[in-house]
Design a protein around this ligand. Structure first.
Ligand SMILES: CC(C)(COP(=O)(O)OP(=O)(O)OC[C@H]1O[C@@H](n2cnc3c(N)ncnc32)[C@H](O)[C@@H]1OP(=O)(O)O)[C@@H](O)C(=O)NCCC(=O)NCCS
Length: 157
């Protein structure tokens, strides 16, 4: 959890991956983990040589029961390990877990200028399904939210 905390706080301080300015603390990360567990959602870590170098998770896209087949995921890689395939491995592992869990669709919400994440998801077979211009703000800039989606199970509905 301390490694996940560092990765999250680095992303908050330096990027528009998380649309928040306030760092989080270890207690809130533990609460987050408990929430994910209670929801039956996985939190996966990528480990290299005993060190956590990234993590990924998903949660039902929206709480209403009609969304039970759709999950929204997130993936984060420690900044000194980006560009070496860790993000792709985490996405693959999340997709496998979601499929085994009976999920049908995986959704990601990506900031419009986050080229690394847009490329990562395109390569993993996600397609852009929506773009909401200027709905966020961070570092004095307006932010676009791009939704990407991957069908995990075909033939449904
Ligand atoms: C987005 C992120 C998870 C990608 O993880 P990663 O381990 O670096 O990704 P990979 O090494 O598996 O590379 C996947 C693709 O992204 C591309 N990529 C990675 N870093 C990049 C960068 N800085 N600029 C442009 N493309 C980049 C790779 O070239 C590759 O695309 P390609 O196969 O078409 O060449 C990682 O950069 C990260 O944690 N960023 C901060 C948090 C974040 O933005 N999370 C996603 C929120 S939606």
């Amino acid at each position: 959890m301390p490694a996940i905390l560092d990765i999250v706080n680095h992303a908050i301080a330096t990027s528009t991956a998380i649309w928040s300015d306030e760092p989080v603390d270890l207690a809130s990360r533990h609460a987050w983990l408990e929430d994910r567990r209670a929801a039956g959602s996985p939190v996966l870590v990528a480990e290299d040589d005993g060190e956590v170098v990234g993590f990924g998770s998903y949660l039902q896209f929206r709480a209403w029961s009609g969304y039970r087949h759709a999950v929204e995921h997130s993936v984060y890689v420690r900044d000194d390990r980006r560009g070496s395939g860790v993000g792709s491995l985490l996405i693959g592992a999340l997709l496998a877990r979601a499929r085994a869990d009976g999920k049908q669709v995986m959704i990601g919400g990506i900031e419009g200028r986050n080229i690394a994440s847009l490329r990562l998801h395109r390569r993993a077979g996600f397609i852009e399904v929506g773009r909401m211009p200027g709905i966020g703000e961070k570092f004095g800039r307006k932010l676009d939210l791009v939704f990407v989606q991957k069908q995990i199970v075909y033939g449904a509905p």
